[in-house]
Design a protein around this ligand. Structure first.
Ligand SMILES: Nc1ccn([C@@H]2O[C@H](COP(=O)(O)OP(=O)(O)OP(=O)(O)O)[C@@H](O)[C@H]2O)c(=O)n1
Ligand SMILES: C[C@](O)(CO)[C@H](O)COP(=O)(O)O
Length: 238
């Protein structure tokens, strides 16, 4: 079990291609506030978070630093340059955390709907594990297909989960996994997959269906609806 001085890494260096617009989807606004700021505010207000590192595209570092100042996000200790892949961005973020941080929680900048109490509850329940992630049961049936889009297999839905962030790890284990993955050129779509690749256990804890990743245009509609229901106090008069 990991000691508990938890730092957050918020990867925000993507290009938002699936959103279909111009540029980084994290700067899209809901009621006048950027998506990224809704995400950062959760970690700013969560009692269990000691500091925050944001990972940004090189040409967006100053812009994000200005947002940090404007919204008084004083837990942010750095905005660092990311890489071409999310995994590289996360690795850069980990390296920027203070030395005394020994537990790292990674959360997509594109997931603005996590609630403070959900984050604190998750981190409390994760204290018994070196690696833990949020996930939800599937609502749809999933099938494995071949190159011709013909079904090969329908795995049992009971054994499948839709994985989210936050994902929390003992820092030493996470740093080893990222170092090994970089050396051996292993690329995963989430950080937990690096831990699994190292043969270490990853605990799945309950997420929520509201904790969506803003990825395609309709996600912005859902995000605004959910924010208006749960975080109206943060939204302007729009
Ligand atoms: N090289 C990358 C790619 C992604 N991310 C971040 O990782 C999170 C999840 O990534 P995703 O939803 O895929 O964002 P994008 O990569 O921007 O989306 P797309 O794949 O549609 O371009 C986002 O907060 C994104 O900013 C990152 O920091 N560095
Ligand atoms: C980390 C993640 O959010 C877990 O579901 C997801 O893998 C990120 O994928 P993306 O393609 O980088 O958005």
């Amino acid at each position: 079990m990991c000691l508990d001085k938890t730092g957050a890494v918020i990867p925000a260096a993507g290009q938002g291609k699936r959103m279909g617009g111009e540029g980084n989807k994290l700067f899209l606004e809901i009621a006048g506030t950027p998506v990224l700021v809704y995400t950062l505010r959760v970690f700013q207000k969560a009692r269990s978070i000691a500091e925050i590192v944001i990972v940004a595209a090189r040409d967006e570092i100053v812009l994000i630093e200005e947002l940090v100042k404007k919204y008084e996000l004083d837990k942010v200790v750095g905005v660092v340059e990311g890489g071409a892949q999310r995994q590289q961005s996360v690795k850069a973020g980990i390296q920027a955390l203070s030395p005394e941080i020994n537990r790292v929680v990674i959360h997509d900048g594109a997931r603005p709907l996590l609630k403070i109490k959900e984050l604190d509850h998750f981190l409390y329940n994760a204290q018994g594990y070196d690696a833990a992630i949020m996930a939800v049961p599937l609502k749809d049936t999933v099938k494995i297909v071949n190159e011709e889009n013909t079904v090969l297999e329908t795995p049992s839905r009971e054994k499948l989960r839709a994985v989210q962030t936050p994902q929390v790890f003992c820092r030493s284990l996470l740093e080893t996994a990222h170092r090994e993955a970089e050396t051996k050129i292993f690329l995963g779509t989430d950080d937990a997959s690096l831990i699994e690749w190292m043969g270490q256990p990853v605990k799945v804890l309950d997420g929520t269906y509201e904790n969506i990743k803003v990825t395609t245009p309709e996600d912005m509609l859902l995000a605004e609806t959910i924010l208006r229901r749960y975080r109206k106090d943060e939204m302007g008069c729009e």
